[in-house]
Design a protein around this ligand. Structure first.
Ligand SMILES: NC(=O)c1ccc[n+]([C@@H]2O[C@H](COP(=O)([O-])OP(=O)(O)OC[C@H]3O[C@@H](n4cnc5c(N)ncnc54)[C@H](OP(=O)(O)O)[C@@H]3O)[C@@H](O)[C@H]2O)c1
Length: 273
């Protein structure tokens, strides 16, 4: 089946559901006429229909019509939705993609049966600008069709990596929550510029472009170690900064920030067993 032949249904159409839908519509992978969604708030339903040019429907109709079902509710709303899906019976020929943080494959299969093909995806906010990082974890033995369809679907939002389920919590710390930590660092950089007299907007642009450019160099294949050596001239300005980074143990403290997010993700999966 060609990607353009699939029918896609969003269960939950909040912030992240909309980011994903927008990317799919812009990429023209699946025609709008084959995209359905359901959400709770009726007014927001009508607003989203107008904004996206797609159709809202009942959960029952969505489950019937969609080949691919994308779960985009919050983890706290998952049980209600999965119980309702189990009551309505979801055919095992359907493919379920969930972007919910923290919930293990076994949790979905507890409601939907252990043969239900599931893909856990952890996208991030940067998917909104086509520079997202999506981390994939499939239920055992995914079909080639499921893998290639999902790869095509999410590659329009950025990069994809596959990860075994035992590494999803730390992955969430790195790339799921990661943009939040980077936003904070960019803001901190911008504010120090402002403190020294640069206009905030100008300083913010300088900080953000510096992060973007540095990341691009690494994604082009340069190793961080080589770049660090290149930039840190002995007794130079960058080296002075590195000395302060070492004294403040910035690396290990920053790693603790990521590990705190991973720990919260682990707690989530304990809550939703
Ligand atoms: N935000 C991020 O950066 C991010 C990144 C990676 C993963 N995620 C994951 O993405 C998921 C969604 O996050 P979000 O930020 O998009 O949340 P959100 O904006 O609160 O959206 C949740 C959506 O679920 C709908 N919903 C709730 N209960 C429902 C039900 N019983 N039936 C149908 N729809 C229902 C809500 O509908 P109404 O609004 O109409 O009530 C809303 O459209 C979360 O599980 C989160 O872990 C988020």
């Amino acid at each position: 089946m060609k990607i353009s032949d699939y029918h896609l249904g969003f269960i939950g159409f909040g912030h992240m559901g909309q980011v994903i839908c927008k990317a799919i519509i812009q990429s023209k992978l699946i025609p709008r006429s084959q995209i359905l969604f359901t959400r709770k708030d009726r007014d927001k339903m009508r607003e989203a229909e107008k904004e996206f040019g797609i159709t809202s429907t009942s959960l029952e109709n969505l489950l019937k019509k969609s080949d691919v079902i994308l779960l985009a509710v919050r983890p706290s709303q998952a049980e209600t939705v999965l119980k309702e899906m189990a009551r309505l019976k979801v055919d095992e020929s359907k493919m379920i993609i969930s972007i919910m943080s923290g919930l293990k494959i076994a949790y979905y299969q507890k409601f939907l049966g252990d043969k239900m093909p599931i893909l856990r995806v952890m996208p991030n906010l940067c998917s909104a600008v086509g520079e997202g990082m999506s981390v994939f974890t499939f239920s055992p033995n995914p079909t080639v069709e499921f893998q290639s369809m999902s790869n095509l679907l999410f590659s329009c939002m950025g990069q994809i990596v596959e990860m075994p389920e035992n590494l999803t919590d730390i992955s969430l710390g790195i790339s799921g929550s990661g943009p939040g930590f980077i936003f904070r660092l960019i803001e901190a950089m911008a504010k120090v510029g402002e403190k020294h007299g640069i206009a905030y907007e100008k300083s913010l642009k300088m900080a953000a472009q510096t992060f973007y450019g540095a990341a691009k160099l690494i994604l082009k294949g340069k190793s961080p170690q080589t770049l660090i050596q290149q930039i840190a001239v002995p007794n130079g300005t960058t080296e002075a900064g590195f000395k302060e980074m070492n004294a403040l143990q910035i690396d290990s403290h920053f790693q603790s920030v990521i590990e705190a997010a991973a720990k919260r993700s682990q707690e989530y999966s304990e809550e939703y067993k």
